[in-house]
Write a protein of this length. Structure first.
Length: 241
């Protein structure tokens, strides 16, 4: 995969205000998510053992796209460990993109600038992937961490459609889910209720009834395996049917 000239443009890390300026309204400053601090190692272990090695195919993984990279803690951590893989972060918020840029200093295998993918805008998704300057189907893995419960179901469908366009070998999603209509942790049920008070379209999704059917119908993806994770979370790995 060859990045386009636009995608290869490097940021000038220093601005008039020091090292926290990123231009274009993006403040380049490291931000930290408490949840990412807690779950980084368990997530990295599953990816290392079941996705980033030879689990996908005999050629291994070369390119990984993360949707909703947030502060960049996950994607930059993976890039530090897996120097032979190139990582494409994406984040819709300017603050998040600024943090990713700050964290990616010195990591030549992190694509910058981060993509600003809107899961509810299919045309913008296609444009973002086209701007990589590569064949879209060269993305091997797409990862989404802790996003499905804080978006409406339309964004879940949008994510699946993006996967259809990119046609990766594996799609990985992590977060709190119920299973086949049942909450196996009372804390997740309460968490879902609280989310719905903030936004009625949010809430903990059911992996088997909300996510699996959408991934199958929109992207031809089937559930390959599910890992139970700490704090009542799940890590689901999908593959093309």
């Amino acid at each position: 995969m060859q990045l386009s000239a636009q995608a290869k443009v490097s940021y000038d890390w220093k601005s008039e205000g020091g090292e926290s300026g990123g231009g274009e309204g993006v403040e380049v400053v490291v931000r930290t998510s408490a949840s990412a601090l807690r779950n980084s190692e368990p997530i990295a272990r599953v990816l290392r053992e079941h996705v980033f090695g030879d689990a996908c195919d005999s050629n291994g993984v070369k390119w990984v796209l993360e949707i909703g990279s947030g502060t960049g803690q996950h994607v930059c951590g993976w890039a530090q460990t897996h120097r032979d893989i190139s990582f494409i972060p994406s984040e819709y918020t300017a603050n998040g993109r600024g943090s990713i840029i700050a964290r990616a200093r010195g990591l030549e295998n992190v694509h910058l600038p981060p993509l600003a993918i809107d899961l509810l805008a299919p045309q913008q998704q296609q444009q973002s992937l086209t701007e990589l300057g590569c064949a879209v189907n060269e993305v091997d893995v797409i990862v989404a961490i802790n996003i499905f419960h804080i978006v409406d179901i339309g964004a879940v469908r949008g994510f699946a459609r993006l996967c259809r366009m990119a046609a990766p070998k594996r799609v990985c999603v992590y977060g709190p889910f119920s299973r086949d209509g049942v909450f196996h942790a009372e804390s997740n049920l309460e968490f879902s209720r609280n989310l719905k008070l903030r936004d009625a379209s949010w809430g903990v999704r059911d992996l088997d009834n909300d996510v699996v059917p959408v991934f199958q119908s929109e992207a031809g993806l089937v559930l390959d395996r599910v890992h139970e994770m700490p704090a009542n979370n799940y890590f689901a790995i999908f593959k093309s049917s």
